[in-house]
Design a protein around this ligand. Sequence first.
Ligand SMILES: [Zn+2]
Length: 438
Amino acid sequence: MHAVAALTAAGAALVLGAATAMAQGPQGQAPQGQTVYVRAGRLIDPASGRVSENVGLLIRDGRIVSVGVATPPPGAKVVDLSRETVLPGLIDVHVHLTFNAEDAGPKALTISIPRQAIDGVHNARKTLMAGFTTVRNVGASHFTDVALRDAITAGEVDGPRMQVSGPPIGATGGHADENLLPEEFNYESDGVANGPWEARAKVRRNFKYGADLIKFMATGGVLSHGDSVGGQQLSQEEMDAIVTEAHLWGRKVAVHAHGTDGIKAAIRAGADSIEHCSFIDDEGIALAKARGTYLDFDIYNDDYIMAEGPKVGIEPASLAKEHLVGQTQRDNFTKAVRAGAKMAFATDAGVYPHGDNARQFHYMVKYGMTPMQAIRAATTSGADLMGLQGRVGCVSVGCYADLVAVPTDPLKQVEVLEHVDFVMKGGVVYKGAAGETP
Ligand SMILES: [Zn+2]
């Protein structure tokens, strides 16, 4: 069954996921056929920008079937959030659930692939409990992300809905490769490809083993050994080949790119999103706007890397690169917001500890978004980028019943999202059932 799932449209796995979780969810509060009635004190609908008071939501088989129902129907399980502000479950389109922030630098070499998979189980739960009910995992070793996604879909592991990329594709010695070991170890990462046809072969291989989307490395990175953070690492031909191949399969492409030229080459290749965007220039922003490319700025983790990096073993060279990126990336975020580019909430969790994802909201507002814009980035826009619009990141009829709640108004103080006290995914309550009546 898994083989079939892997070979057919990956989106279908996500669609099936909710129903399976309903039936087999470990907490089992919402068996198939049960109606759940959520009484929301305030409901934020990011799609319309509307905020409504005292709204009743009816949920059946993990989906919202009615909005604005005054009283619970007989027999419905009632979830009382009448003192809370309710909004759609949050979406982070850039995480690495199988990586831990404290396993930085050479220590990463000591973490086996099976251990990474187990770390993923732990981190998936943390992420869900932090209110992130959907994530896009853009980079993992040896398809640990596929295994994790499938275990969550099967209801065996608590975690967010996942789209996964498998191993990122990149050049020999580039950001996707492992550059810490000397030549006699003769090791290269599983995503390494050189030349358009090798790159296409890696795209096909990733889909063969269950990836939903493709991630490739257009430029150097902060945490990779021996490369320059802004330097372009794949040619235009290689990027064109990867994007063309992935799109033939009907799948999307996320591109790691800090450097100005690499960003523009990736946008020209037709990438669906640029991750990091650190040194994007005005032409790059205009190009992204014209092509509808998402710009995903991870503007929280600089704080963590600079404060904790030396303690967790991040190399001095990487800290120096982060120093180049940090403030520039935040300033360019402001420019992209002002230009009206498409932007989704993307944090690079795994570079900093999982579960702290919502700390980025503060920075998105500080650097130019309104709280509603930041919430939209983490709901409506994330769903659009993932091709899941109308299914996640929304609170209308037909959407999955993925909901979070907070005690105060996130439109007044967005930081309250760092402490969600209620999480529902697919109609199943995972956190904070207080006030619930059987
Ligand atoms: Zn990343």
